[in-house]
Design a protein around this ligand. Structure first.
Ligand SMILES: Cc1ncc(COP(=O)(O)O)c(C=O)c1O
Length: 405
C-alpha cells in the first residue's frame, strides 16, 4: 500500500477544507448550452438539474466569442488541415502557419515587435519569470497578484522577493529604492485583479520603474499579466494599458478569456522573444495550442478589430454599468471599477455561501470567494458580466438578488 500514509494525510487536509468552508467542492458539469433567444442570452444546463436553465455570471468569456460561427468555422477548417493536436513542441515540428500568423497579429494588436504563444497564460507568466531573472534579480510583486505570479516567483532563481500592499505604489517605490545595488529588478503586477475587478495604475508604476532603471545593471523590467484585461477591457479591448495609458515592458495575456479560445502569450521586444524561444522551458518542452485554436484566436482578433468588436465592447460596458448600478440601488456593497468583474462584498463566509446557494437555486451561477482566496473580511461574490448578457438577463439576476434575505 505505497499510498496509504499519504492518503491518510491528505484526507485530513481535505476534511479541514470542508470544515472551514474553503473547499472548492464538487465541480458543476455543463451538459448543454441553449442558444440565445427572445431577448435572452444563452442558458446553461447542468448535470443533476434536469431541464432547469441557468444564467452564467461566472464566465471569463467576456465578449461571448467562444460560440461565434466565424471562430468555430476557422477552428474546424484548420483542424482538418493540420489535425486536432500539434504533434510536437514548437522547435521540433509543432509550428504551423496559424501559430506564426497569430504571433504576428498579437504583437501588432498590442503594438509590440514580437510575440511568443504559450500553452496558457499561467505558464507564460512562470516561463517569463524563470527565464528572465537571475539569482541576483529582485522580484517585486503586488500582494494580490494571481497564483501564477506567486508560483512563478517561487520557481524563479531569484534570491530576493518582495511583496507590496495591494496597489500601494509608494511601497513599491520604497522596495525598489532599497533594492538598488542588485543586478536587476522585475516589477510584476496583474493588470486587472481577477477577484475584485480593480486594476493597477500601470502609468504610475511604469514611471517608477523608469526612474529606478539606471540603478540596476540589468535594468528594471515591468511585467504585467493582464489576462482579465486583454480583449474585453478598454475602449478597443487592449486592456489595462489602454485604460491607464501605462505600458509594460513585457505584457502577458490569455486567449482563454475575452478571446474565447485557449492558450496564453507574451508580447515584448523581438530580442527578448528570441531569447525566450531559446530559454523558456515552459515553451521549449511543452506543446503549443492546436493549430485550430490558433486559427480561432486569429478570428477573435479580426472580430475585435472590426465593427462587431466595437459593438460587443460597447454592449459589455453598458451591461456592466447596468449591473453595477442595480447592485448599488439594491443597497449592496461593491468595489469601484469599470471592469465586467463586479464583486458583491458580503464580508462573511456563511452568508457568502448561502447567497451563492440562493442564486443557484434561482437559476444564477456566480462564484463565492472566501478566505484564503480573498483576505478575511473581504469575502465576496464575483459576478462576471459578458457581452452575451441582455438587459433582461441582468435584470433577472438583480431581481433574484433583491429577494435574498
Ligand atoms: C491574472 C491571471 N493570470 C493568468 C491566468 C491563467 O490563465 P490561463 O487559463 O490562460 O492559464 C488567470 C486565470 O484565471 C488569471 O486570472
Amino acid at each position: 500500500m505505497p499510498l496509504a500514509r499519504l492518503e491518510q494525510q491528505i484526507a485530513a487536509q481535505l476534511a479541514e477544507l470542508e470544515k472551514t468552508g474553503t473547499a472548492k467542492g464538487r465541480e458543476s458539469i455543463f451538459t448543454a448550452v441553449k442558444p440565445a433567444r427572445e431577448g435572452h442570452g444563452p442558458r446553461f444546463l447542468l448535470e443533476g438539474e434536469g431541464e432547469r436553465e441557468f444564467i452564467r455570471m461566472n464566465s471569463n468569456s467576456y465578449l461571448g466569442l467562444s460560440l461565434r460561427p466565424e471562430l468555430l468555422q476557422a477552428e474546424e477548417r484548420t483542424a482538418h488541415a493540420f489535425g486536432v493536436g500539434p504533434g510536437a513542441v514548437r522547435f521540433i515540428s509543432g509550428t504551423t502557419d496559424p501559430h506564426v500568423r497569430l504571433e504576428r497579429a498579437l504583437a501588432e494588436f498590442h503594438g509590440r515587435e514580437a510575440a511568443q504563444l504559450m500553452g496558457a497564460a499561467y505558464t507564460a507568466v512562470m516561463g517569463a519569470l524563470v527565464s528572465l531573472s537571475t539569482p541576483e534579480t529582485v522580484l517585486i510583486s503586488d500582494e494580490l497578484n494571481h497564483n501564477c505570479i506567486v508560483n512563478g516567483m517561487k520557481l524563479a532563481p531569484s534570491k530576493a522577493r518582495k511583496v507590496y500592499p495591494h496597489l500601494d505604489v509608494l511601497k513599491l517605490e520604497a522596495a525598489l529604492a532599497e533594492s538598488a545595488g542588485a543586478q536587476g529588478a522585475i516589477v510584476i503586477t496583474d493588470g486587472v485583479f481577477s477577484m475584485r475587478g480593480d486594476h493597477a495604475p500601470l502609468d504610475r508604476i511604469a514611471r517608477i520603474c523608469e526612474k529606478f532603471d539606471a540603478r540596476f545593471p540589468r535594468g528594471v523590467v515591468f511585467l504585467v499579466d493582464d489576462s482579465h484585461g486583454v480583449g474585453g477591457f478598454g475602449p478597443t479591448g487592449r486592456g489595462t494599458e489602454e485604460v491607464t495609458g501605462g505600458r509594460a515592458d513585457i505584457l502577458i495575456g490569455t486567449l482563454g478569456k475575452a478571446f474565447g479560445v485557449n492558450g496564453g502569450y507574451i508580447v515584448c521586444s523581438a530580442p527578448v522573444v528570441s531569447f525566450l524561444r531559446e530559454k523558456n522551458p515552459l515553451y521549449i518542452y511543452s506543446n503549443p495550442i492546436a493549430a485550430g485554436e490558433a486559427a480561432a484566436a486569429l478570428q477573435s482578433l479580426q472580430v475585435l478589430r472590426g465593427d462587431a468588436g466595437a459593438q460587443l465592447l460597447a454592449h459589455l460596458r453598458e451591461m456592466t454599468q447596468r449591473f453595477r448600478d442595480g447592485l448599488l440601488e439594491l443597497g449592496f456593497e461593491t468595489i469601484a471599477g469599470q471592469h465586467p468583474v463586479v464583486p458583491l462584498l458580503v464580508r462573511d463566509t456563511d452568508k457568502t455561501r448561502s447567497l451563492v446557494a440562493f442564486l443557484r437555486k434561482n437559476g444564477v451561477l456566480a462564484t463565492g470567494l472566501n478566505h484564503p482566496v480573498v483576505p478575511k473580511g473581504e469575502q465576496l461574490i464575483r459576478f462576471q458580466v459578458n457581452a452575451d448578457h441582455t438587459a433582461a438577463d441582468i435584470d433577472e439576476v438583480l431581481g433574484v438578488l433583491s429577494r435574498f434575505r
